[in-house]
Design a protein around this ligand. Structure first.
Ligand SMILES: *Cc1c(COP(=O)(O)O)cnc(C)c1O
Length: 390
C-alpha cells in the first residue's frame, strides 16, 4: 500500500490536489518549488560542484527558467535543447554539449552560438569537434560498471575504455582542442553508491597517467547523473550519496580535488511531479480470474515508457487504499491499441477491490522522463499535458 506521507507532507499533497481539480486527465502536475528545494539541497551537499541539469528529464520552459535563476548550468544533447536554453536567456558559458553523437553541422551551430565544452568518446567525433569547434574544451566519457544495480542502465552505447580515452585526449591536444577532463555515467537510478568509487578510481588513474606520461593536466571530472528518485523501492538519501562520493574524491585527490560537474536529471525533477490519471476500464479475463486488468488513461505512450520491462516502479496511489484496505492484485495497462502498452504485470501491483471506473489514479514521482518521452499522437492521444505550479 502506498502512503502519501512517505512522499509528501499533507500540505504539499493538498496543494497538488487543489491544482488538479479543473483539468481533464491525464496530466502531469509539476511543483517548481520542489525542484528549487532539490536544487538547493544538491548545492548544499556538493558545495564545490557545478550542476549541469540534464534537461532531457524535463525540458519544460518553466523548469529551465527556474534553474536559470537559481544559477544552474545545463547539459544539452542536441541543438534543439541548446535553442531552448538560449531562448530562456542562458549564456553559452553555462552550457555543455554532452552528447557524444552529433552531426558536424550541429557542432558548428553550437560553436557559433558560443558553446565551448563538448563531450566525446570517439576519434571521429573529436575530429568533427576540432574542425567545427576549434580550440574548445573536450571531456572524454569512459565506460564504467553499474548496469546491474541501476534501475535504468545506460549499457555500452556511450563511453570508451580508459586506455582509449587517454589516446583520445592526447589526440585532442594535437588537434588544437583543450583536453579538459573525464566523464562517466554510472546508470540512471543507481542504487549502489560504491560504483562511483570504482569509476573515480579509473578517473584517478587516468589523471595520473596524463600528468606523468603525457604532460597534460586534466582539470575536470564530470560524474554525470544516476542519483536516485524516491519510487517504490527504498534508496539512500542524496546526502549519503554526496558524503560517500566526496569521501572517494578526497581519498583519491587529497586537498587537490579537480573541478567537479554533476549532471542530475532524474534526481532533480522526479519528485516534483504527480501524474493524474483516471481508470477507463476494469475487467477480468475469465469468470474466476483473480487478477483484474486496470486500464488507465495514461500508458507507455503518454509518458510512462520507463515502465518498459517494469524497470521503473512508480508508486500508484488512490485515496481508496487508505480508506478501504481491500487490496487485490492487478495488471496495470494503458489505453492504446498496442500490446506493449502494459505498465505492470509481473511486479505484484495491488489496488483496492473497490476501485471503480472513473476513479483517479495518482502516479507519484513522475516529474522525470515522462512529458519528454510522451508520444505525439499514437492512436490519436495527445502528448502528456504538463501543468506547472509554484
Ligand atoms: C541522461 C543523462 C544524465 C542524467 O541522468 P540521470 O540519471 O537522470 O540523473 C546525465 N548525463 C548524461 C550525459 C545523460 O545522458
Amino acid at each position: 500500500m502506498i502512503k502519501i506521507q512517505d512522499y509528501f507532507s499533507e500540505a504539499q499533497w493538498q496543494k497538488f490536489l487543489s491544482a488538479a481539480v479543473e483539468h481533464e486527465t491525464p496530466f502531469l502536475l509539476v511543483d517548481l518549488s520542489l525542484i528549487k528545494q532539490k536544487f538547493e539541497e544538491m548545492v548544499m551537499y556538493f558545495p564545490n560542484a557545478k550542476i549541469h541539469y540534464a534537461m532531457k528529464a524535463n525540458p519544460g520552459v518553466p523548469v529551465i527558467n527556474l534553474l536559470r535563476d537559481l544559477g544552474s548550468n545545463f547539459d544539452c544533447a542536441s541543438i534543439f535543447e541548446l535553442d531552448r536554453v538560449f531562448d530562456s536567456g542562458v549564456t553559452p558559458d553555462r552550457v555543455s554539449y554532452g552528447n557524444t553523437i552529433k552531426k558536424a553541422a550541429h557542432i558548428k551551430y553550437a560553436y557559433d552560438k558560443g558553446v565551448r565544452l563538448y563531450a566525446t568518446d570517439s576519434k571521429a567525433d573529436i575530429q568533427k569537434i576540432a574542425e567545427n569547434a576549434p580550440g574548445s574544451r573536450v571531456f572524454v566519457r569512459i565506460l564504467v560498471e553499474g548496469g546491474d544495480t541501476a534501475e535504468w542502465p545506460l549499457s555500452r552505447k556511450f563511453g570508451c575504455h580508459p586506455d582509449m580515452a587517454i589516446d583520445l585526449l592526447v589526440n585532442a591536444k594535437k588537434l588544437g582542442l583543450e583536453p579538459y577532463g573525464i566523464s562517466f555515467h554510472v546508470g540512471s537510478q543507481q542504487k549502489d553508491i560504491a560504483v562511483w568509487d570504482d569509476a573515480l578510481s579509473k578517473v584517478k588513474y587516468m589523471f595520473d597517467w596524463m600528468k606523468y606520461e603525457e604532460d597534460i593536466i586534466l582539470k575536470m571530472i564530470n560524474m554525470g547523473g544516476g542519483f536516485p528518485a524516491n519510487y517504490i523501492s527504498e534508496v539512500n538519501p542524496f546526502k549519503v550519496y554526496a558524503e560517500e562520493i566526496i569521501r572517494y574524491l578526497k581519498d583519491d585527490h587529497g586537498d587537490d580535488i579537480p573541478e567537479i560537474i554533476l549532471e542530475p536529471g532524474r534526481s532533480l525533477v522526479a519528485g516534483s511531479g504527480v501524474l493524474v490519471s483516471e481508470v477507463v476500464l476494469i475487467s477480468r479475463k475469465s469468470r474466476t480470474d483473480l487478477t483484474r486488468w486496470v486500464y488507465s488513461d495514461v500508458g507507455l505512450f503518454q509518458g510512462l515508457i520507463e515502465t518498459l520491462g517494469e524497470a521503473i516502479k512508480y508508486p500508484v496511489y488512490t485515496p481508496k487504499m487508505e480508506r478501504n484496505n481491500d487490496e487485490g492484485t492487478v495488471i496495470l495497462a494503458g489505453p492504446t491499441c498496442d500490446s506493449t502498452d502494459i505498465m505492470y504485470e509481473q511486479s505484484g501491483y495491488k489496488l483496492p477491490q473497490s476501485l471503480a471506473i472513473g476513479d483517479k489514479l495518482y502516479w507519484l514521482t513522475t516529474g522525470a522522463y515522462t512529458n519528454s518521452y510522451s508520444s505525439v499522437e499514437f492512436n490519436g492521444f495527445p502528448p502528456l499535458k504538463t501543468i506547472y505550479i509554484a
